[in-house]
Ligand binder design. Structure first.
Ligand SMILES: Nc1ncnc2c1ncn2[C@@H]1O[C@H](COP(=O)(O)OP(=O)(O)O)[C@@H](O)[C@H]1O
Ligand SMILES: [Mg+2]
Length: 358
């Protein structure tokens, strides 16, 4: 019964045009949800426009259109207005053709180093590949690229027709700044160099068609991170944190950074949350419990899950074999698998309206 009424609502909405346009709001993809129960008719609209008066006009038109549908309960119309992309973002979307065959780019970020960002990125990428997706892993950590070690890659990438080929490891195409840096001496990166290097890692690499590209970003929330997040067409970011308060404060800064560049935060992953004793297998909370969840709640961002502190995870990283490969049937592989599923479902939710009116 309510389904039929919802259909009636949808067809009424098809009669509502966007101000100044000949097309209706449904075909623009502006109608996010329709729900009819005994008391109310609820319509959620998501509009991308810089004209608040247009949003107000659409709301009134929708209310008017619903008022004439016989027998509908009173309408409640919610309008969410999203700002159109900033010039910086438009620059990104113009650059997006550097990797036109990549469907979703997911950044793994952290407010500070040493929280296990690279470990999570590597295991997440492999777990996504195990789910059946084609996956790339871009190590963009200019301060300390760690994918060469985490995947045990010591060779240089093959270059053909001026294009680098990523390495294929455990179903993931891996490319790292570490493969192209000349020496072990730390590089002092200046803005334009960061840009150039990132452009090369995107445009001059034979990535091929990918469902997901996981990007290991440098830790922190400074200029380099901002530059990279503007240069890479990110669909969303996951923030890795440890449960201590200090790390959580950094996680908040990370979230604020992505908000600044309008990149949705897909959620928070808590790493090293409990210690699993290698002898007896017992789990001990060495830090406070529940910090990641609390922070996620505070920030209004999903909590994606936790990864325990386990020497096996570190050994995997050191030996060039991520734990989800070396213990592919173990508990860590299972939790990374569910993390990967969460990231996939959160990414799917982030699809912006198909078209925007500026
Ligand atoms: N859950 C974990 N259990 C045990 N060791 C971990 C875990 N996560 C990361 N590590 C170890 O901690 C160190 C830092 O991790 P890394 O992923 O390099 O952090 P980041 O990229 O944030 O600097 C590495 O030696 C790594 O093997
Ligand atoms: Mg790292």
């Amino acid at each position: 019964m309510s389904k039929e009424r919802e259909m009636e609502v949808w067809s009424a909405l098809r009669g509502v045009k966007f101000p100044g346009m000949s097309r209706d709001i449904v075909s623009f993809g502006f109608v996010d949800r329709v729900m009819v129960n005994d008391e109310t008719t609820r319509v959620d609209l998501v509009l991308t426009t810089a004209r608040p008066e247009a949003a107000a006009a659409v709301k009134e038109d929708v209310e008017r259109a619903l008022a004439v549908v016989a027998g509908l309960p009173p309408a409640e119309v919610l309008v969410k207005v999203m700002a159109p992309p900033s010039p910086a973002q438009q620059a990104v979307s113009q650059d997006a053709n550097l990797i036109p065959e990549v469907r979703h780019v997911v950044a793994v970020a952290s407010g500070k180093g040493g929280v296990g960002k690279s470990t999570v990125a590597a295991n997440l990428a492999v777990s996504m590949a195990k789910l059946g997706f084609s996956v790339g892993l871009l190590d963009a950590d200019i301060y300390g690229p760690s994918m060469p070690m985490m995947f045990g890659i010591t060779e240089r990438p093959v270059v053909e027709n001026n294009r680098m080929h990523p390495f294929d490891r455990h179903g993931v195409r891996v490319m790292s700044l570490g493969f192209i840096l000349e020496t072990d001496t730390p590089v002092i990166w200046r803005g334009p160099m960061v840009m150039k290097a990132i452009e090369q890692m995107l445009g001059d690499v034979e990535w091929g068609a990918l469902d997901y590209m996981v990007v290991d970003l440098p830790p922190g929330t400074g200029d380099a991170q901002l530059t990279i997040s503007q240069k890479v067409p990110l669909s969303g970011a996951v923030i890795v944190t440890t449960p201590q308060d200090i790390a959580l404060i950094d996680a908040r800064k990370g979230l604020a950074m992505f908000t600044k560049v309008n990149v949705p935060v897909l959620g928070i992953i808590e790493n090293m949350s409990t210690f699993v004793c290698p002898h007896c297998g017992e789990a001990t909370d060495i830090f406070k419990r529940g910090g990641g969840e609390k922070t996620a709640e505070l920030l209004g961002s999903p909590f994606l899950g936790r990864v325990p502190l386990d020497p096996a995870i570190m050994e995997g990283g050191d030996a060039g074999l991520p734990v989800v490969v070396s213990q592919s049937e173990g508990p860590h592989a299972a939790s990374f698998k569910s993390l990967a599923e969460r990231v996939v479902s959160e990414t799917a939710k982030q699809q912006p309206p198909k078209l925007s009116i500026f």
